[in-house]
Write a protein that binds this ligand. Structure first.
Ligand code: AMP
Ligand code: ZN
Ligand code: FE
Ligand code: FE
Length: 285
């Protein structure tokens, strides 16, 4: 069984539509794929409708959080997407991304880059707008060669010249909201130091005590040392460990299934979840 529990679609900053994502996941030989768009569940219906036979969809989201001034991402799986309190929090985060993108565009304009909101809006479509969309605009304008090259102090990296913070949830509150909606939580890429400051292990212990279910260990942004350290921490804290690609289509150079999750861990995640069931593909369009 090949299980990839972290993928993005055009409902946030991926480049595959939800239908393309599930078709590509089946073509990549995956048995299970999770749709985890940033702060959004808007891709679910299209993914379910297009789900190929033999592929199972795990519905989820990647929630933007911040603790003690450090940004972190919380993967949430199999929660009830209609549950009002979690829905309201997702909307709050997602809606704030619009004025935040506009503020980053204003900073870029001050730096002499002629990027416009219309351009970024066209690239983002109706997905949760984020820095990767602004970065794609910079690529279009010839300012940087690739999306990743825009994530530098010169441009959009945390604290960079054109960076603006967005609203982010308190992860303790987010864990409570996800649990209340019947979902399961996994701290995404907790040791991804190249993205900026990381959350200390003492805080991960506090999150575990607050009900965090697992941490994502096998991720492209974790080197061998980070994986060993995170696996040890998970053992100490009694947390599940997952692996996933964090696929973003052509916006990031990583393939579906680049890292995968142990079937036993997957079994435990679906056993703990009460908000939604994995959806088996019936052979959609
Ligand atoms: P935002 O949520 O708008 O702050 O944008 C953060 C997103 O940008 C992350 O979730 C990643 O998908 C993406 N990202 C962060 N760092 C990089 C990088 N170095 N190269 C490409 N994408 C990145
Ligand atoms: Zn992303
Ligand atoms: Fe992330
Ligand atoms: Fe992600």
């Amino acid at each position: 069984m090949r299980i990839d529990l972290h993928c993005h679609s055009t409902a946030s900053d991926g480049t595959d539509t939800p239908a393309e994502l599930v078709r590509n996941a089946a073509a990549a030989g995956l048995d299970v794929v999770a749709l985890t768009d940033h702060d959004s569940t808007r891709g679910y219906a299209e993914a379910v409708a297009a789900l190929p036979r033999g592929l199972t969809l795990v519905t989820g989201a990647e929630l933007s959080c911040r603790v003690d001034g450090v940004s972190m991402h919380l993967l949430a799986y199999l929660f009830d997407p209609e549950e009002p309190a979690l829905l309201a929090e997702r909307e709050l985060i997602r809606d704030d991304r619009v004025p935040r993108a506009q503020a980053m565009i204003a900073k870029l304009n001050e730096l002499g880059v002629p990027v416009t909101w219309e351009q970024v809006k066209r690239i983002a479509g109706d997905g949760s707008v984020g820095r990767p969309h602004v970065a794609s605009a910079l690529v279009e304008l010839g300012v940087v060669p690739t999306v990743s090259d825009a994530f530098t102090p010169e441009w959009l990296a945390d604290g960079g010249r054109a960076f603006v913070k967005k609203h982010e949830a308190d992860p303790f509150e987010a864990i409570r909201l996800v649990k209340n909606a019947g979902g399961v939580t996994v701290f995404a890429h907790p040791a991804a130091a190249k993205r900026g400051r990381t959350v200390p292990e003492s805080t991960i212990a506090e999150l575990a005590a607050a009900g965090l279910d697992g941490i994502e260990v096998d991720h492209m942004d974790h080197d061998a040392d980070a994986r060993t350290r995170m696996r040890g921490l998970a053992t100490d804290l009694g947390l599940l460990t997952t692996g996933s690609s964090d696929y973003h289509g052509s916006r990031k150079a990583v393939a579906l299934g680049a890292n995968t999750t142990d079937p036993e861990v997957y079994g435990e995640i679906i056993r703990r979840a009460t908000g939604a069931f994995p959806v088996p593909g019936a052979g959609g369009a």
